[in-house]
Design a protein. Structure first.
Length: 387
């Protein structure tokens, strides 16, 4: 099995200066799209504190920041540890070093801007304590009404649809995951501990250039494969049975996510039938992906196959979720989800069957939504591998 990392479609001859210019254009474009949302919703300002949102809008990757956005200006507040980093990373916003809390400084700056009588915040990303602190640091006449929860997570909605550069990075991350799967197949054997498999996978990920893992690696074998989120333990891989591998890496801030289930030894007829049912379910859902299709329709494509096979009750989670700067992002691909897929979204398709006391199977791909369908970003083999 061989997987090659595809380069961005941009010509290399453009050079570093051109790439930097592209990044600047991207961040200004994103900030402009946010301002249009704010204007339409009637918000003269917005306080952004969720780190992935900040990174998306202005490029800053530090751990301490508050971003204040108005219809004409944007200012990133951070602390002195990040003076040099902010100067290097931040695009589409001015940088100001705060002596205290960057979020409080951003709130105070917003309140002092002409024409900003109130500002929005994302209630889903803000604790009650943080909101109370921001208000307490404002002039008394503004404390009651200045901050208003936005009716929708504006930045998160922008992040759902990836641009070409984001898609290229995510494709690279996903293909690195495929290389990891190829490697770990040479390591898996009866008697080795699950944590050894996870450690080898994570070490190889670093050697291939990953910034880190996008979540705690899942290695669940034998009876433990019936646990949807069976974190790797000291348990030894069995002489025969399923081994579920669910893992992802972070590449330039963007996450990958994939799952493959392999078998040690020779599967029994029930085990083989269950695997084939999950594989058919997964492929039906992948084939259902297209711009304009609802998330519920994709979920039903997967769930319908398992219902036909009498396994629907053993499928205990949603069919998938969005991926990007965070491992779990909107949209959620599940029953009753009315969100319609758009070209540029990246979602997972990961149906599973979990039979407690027996075994479990899950197969997962990352799929980029296109105008005509879905493009699988994780092309590692899915036919049952027997080791």
């Amino acid at each position: 099995m061989q997987f090659s990392l595809r380069r961005s479609s941009k010509p290399e001859a453009a050079g570093e200066a051109s790439r930097d210019k592209t990044e600047r254009v991207d961040h200004f474009r994103r900030m402009g799209a946010l301002r249009r949302k704010l204007t339409r919703a009637g918000f003269p300002g917005l306080l952004v504190t969720h780190r992935p949102d900040i990174r998306y809008l202005c490029g800053f990757t530090g751990s301490s920041a508050g971003l204040a956005v108005t219809r004409r200006a944007a200012r990133l507040f951070t602390d002195g540890r990040y003076t040099a980093q902010a100067a290097e990373e931040v695009k589409a916003a001015q940088v100001q070093i705060a002596s205290g809390s960057p979020a409080v400084a951003a709130a105070q700056w917003l309140a002092a801007q002409p024409g900003v009588a109130m500002a929005g915040f994302d209630a889903a990303k803000t604790s009650v304590a943080d909101l109370a602190r921001w208000k307490s640091e404002l002039p008394s006449k503004l404390r009651k009404d200045f901050f208003q929860a936005v009716p929708a997570p504006f930045v998160e909605l922008l992040r759902m649809v990836k641009d070409e550069d984001e898609l290229a990075l995510m494709a690279e991350a996903a293909l690195t995951g495929c290389k990891l799967f190829e490697h770990i197949l040479t390591v898996i054997r009866p008697g080795i501990a699950e944590i050894e498999v996870a450690a080898e996978l994570e070490h190889k990920a670093r050697m291939l250039g990953a910034e880190g893992m996008s979540f705690e690696t899942i290695v669940a074998s034998g009876l433990r494969s019936a646990m949807p989120h069976g974190r790797a333990t000291a348990a030894s891989l069995p002489r025969r049975g399923f081994v579920t591998l669910d893992f992802g890496i972070i590449h330039k801030g963007y996450c990958s996510d994939m799952t493959r289930t392999v078998f040690l030894g020779k599967p029994k007829p029930e085990e083989r039938r269950t695997y084939e049912a999950v594989l058919e379910s997964q492929e039906k859902a992948v084939n259902a992906v297209a711009s304009g299709v609802s998330c519920a329709e994709v979920d039903e494509a997967a769930r319908g196959v398992l219902r036909r096979e009498g396994l629907a009750e053993a499928f205990s989670h949603s069919t998938g979720h969005g991926v990007g700067l965070e491992i779990h992002e909107p949209p959620r691909v599940g029953a009753g989800q009315s969100t319609r897929l758009q070209a540029g979204m990246v979602i997972t398709i990961e149906p599973g069957v979990y039979l407690a006391g027996k075994f479990g199977v899950r197969i997962e791909d990352m799929v980029a939504v296109t105008r005509s369908g879905g493009r699988v970003l994780t092309p590692a083999p899915k036919a049952l591998i027997e080791l």
